[in-house]
Design a protein around this ligand. Sequence first.
Ligand code: SF4
Ligand code: SF4
Length: 116
Amino acid sequence: MSFLRDLSPSGWDSLCRKCGLCCYEKQLSPGTAVYDLSEPCPLLDCESQLCTVYRNRYRKNPRCRPVNLFTAMFSSYLPHCCGYTAWAKKYHLRLVRSREISYIHSIHPAGKLDDE
Ligand code: SF4
Ligand code: SF4
């Protein structure tokens, strides 16, 4: 039943590995996503990689987008280390090929997660 448990609000949140990478600016082109690790969302705590306004993030930042089931299944820009893409792969629900991901402008530890 872990599949259904994962879809509950608390289960879904727990899939996030809290790398913070999705909160950085990205330049997207067909087949690639370049994360600029010098440009975090202003509401990201760069020490902890946690959102400082998590409960109100969509109100505080209209550009903030949820990472939901659809995103996990179809968003090609998410980093390889993302817990949601891993989850979707686990259940054979990842229906898109990930873009080639790269990082610029920082040796931020979050970026290293994708190399592991
Ligand atoms: S507002 Fe959204 S993009 Fe900004 S730090 Fe919070 S979760 Fe990340
Ligand atoms: S990239 Fe995925 S695992 Fe990392 S913070 Fe964003 S949603 Fe969570």
